[in-house]
Structures are given as C-alpha cells and as structure tokens.
Design a protein around this ligand. Sequence first.
Ligand code: FES
Ligand code: FES
Length: 173
Amino acid sequence: MGSSATPSNAPPSIRLTVNGGAHDVPATPDTALLHVLRNDLELNGPKYGCGLGECGACTVLIDGVAARSCVIPVRAAEGRAVTTLEGLGTRQHPGPTQQAFIDCQAAQCGYCLNGMIMTVEALLRRDPCPTEQALRSELQHNLCRCGTHVEIMQAALRAVQLRAAGAAEDSPR
Ligand code: FES
Ligand code: FES
C-alpha cells in the first residue's frame, strides 16, 4: 500500500485582508465572519446582537460596502477588503465619522454604535454629501434599543460636516 498524506483535523486556513493587513485564520469556510473577526483577530468593534442579519450591530465594510458580518460566511470575504470599526481610526486619532459620534455623545449603552458608525461611513464613502433623508433611510434598519435616535441623527449630520471640512483641508489650494 502506498503512503498517503497524513489526514489532519485542523480547520483549513483562510486568508483575510482586514483593515489593510493580511491574516491567515484557521476557520471552516462557513464560520460567520463576525466570529472570526472577534474571536481570532480580537477585533471587538463589531458586536453580536441578533445573529440574524436584522439589527446591524455587527456591521463591517466589505470592499467599502456595509455588510452584516453575523450572516456572512468567512469564505465570502476571502480576497476582499474588510474594514472594521478599528480600521476607521484610533483612540488618539478617530476618523471623522467616529469623531462625529464622540462630538454628539450619541450613545447610551453604545451597543448599536458600531453598526451606526459603519453604516454612516459606508454611505459617506459613496455619497459624501447625502441629504438628511438619505441618512435616515440608510440607518432605518439599524436598531437602537436605547432610543438614542435623535443624537445618532445629529452625529450622522455632523459626520457629513466633518468629512466635508476634511476634504476642503486636503484639497489643493
Ligand atoms: S448581529 Fe448581525 S445583524 Fe444583528
Ligand atoms: S445606545 Fe444602546 S442600543 Fe443604541
């Protein structure tokens, strides 16, 4: 009998690009992307809320588009650029959307904020100057159990201002 490759029980490795860095993670292809981000990469910005794609707490960007990582298998993110809340800025240098939520103190428990910030960020990346109605429409499927909607809308509008101010500073004079 000829020799054969040693069977291995180790899960296959999947290569992900997250916040600009490449990571080989040991995960079965159907594992939810959220679990890999939180458990393997220790990126705890995205939150586990419903686990059903309904609340938005787990939102990340995949190729710049908002996506609910609790219902996306990790294989679907392979070869694509994943951005989490941690990829938008740092504690010392928050990104403009993060800064807007800080400025407006738009949180009570804060559990929904990852989804709110990532959803606003995704919209501003494709439309830097959305109307208030467009912001409302984009956020309508993100749930906030604390009723912080007024402050969250103020933060979304402030994010538009901060992004515009940043773009003006960056533009050549
Ligand atoms: S945890 Fe993913 S949508 Fe609720
Ligand atoms: S601030 Fe608590 S769920 Fe939104």
